[in-house]
Design a protein around this ligand. Sequence first.
Ligand code: AIR
Ligand code: ASP
Length: 286
Amino acid sequence: MSRRKVLYEGKAKIIYEGTESGTVIQYFKDDATAFNGKKHDIIAGKGVLNNRISAHLMTKLEQIGIATHFIKSINMREQLVRKIEIIPIEVVIRNIAAGSLSKRLGLKEGEYLPKPLIEYYYKKDELNDPPLGEDHIVTFNLADHYEMEEIVGMSYRINDFLSGLFAGIGIKLVDFKLEFGRIYGEYGEVYIVLGDEISPDNCRLWDEKTDEIMDKDRFRKDIGKVIESYQEIAKRLGLIPKDGIISGGNINEHIAASLGDIENELAKQRKLRSVIPVSGKPRTKK
Ligand code: AIR
Ligand code: ASP
């Protein structure tokens, strides 16, 4: 791999400088972490599967008019994405009680919520990602009211669409986490764009019939068969061959590398002209 400038390294991904202006490359690592990085392991093949799953889901979302940062997959571990200014908020959408919500409010895991619930967390490892209300977000200038309105609207639409998509392959979308960012237009106008990834690392996915856990909770709770579950999701989505690409902890690099690229259909039509130049002056720095 050629030497490229690392712009940022996170727990599960590395962001490299992009090939054209207004883009960056998102590299999916095999590292799995939980409890704010206190638990760590390498899960062979996870990066390959998350790259494919996220590319597919973002492309589907783009097709229903949700602006995402995804442009195209470059190889089995990397995708070209638009460069965005990340809004430091984790947006969690929940359909069924589980995880920290169940703990905090004493709700039985598995109970459907009266309506989808949106929560915000401050993306700050040093503080353990504390929960935020919308007034905190606006008061501390993390995002303004207009941006929050857009984020909430997009989150509900994404939830509706993904709940249906997963239901179609026999999976319950229990909850998931999104991150959004800004792209500045020519006149300094702000576009809100979905960023990061959508994968079993940041969704709770349960089998519809058995409620079997198929996501990162298998790693968090030491249930085992983490990669097998991720692979099952990719199979049901039709993204990898029925025989899979990973067995006995080994990834079949040959098959993995030969899988077709996933390209955002809109980006294909618009090519990189779709990348709004970052020439507009950012608003006063937050
Ligand atoms: N999440 C939150 N921070 C990081 C991640 N991945 C995701 C979890 C879960 C949802 O947000 O994967 O799908 C809610 O997590 P919790 O722990 O608040 O119940
Ligand atoms: N990825 C985060 C961490 O490393 C949170 C999680 O997914 O549990 O702690």
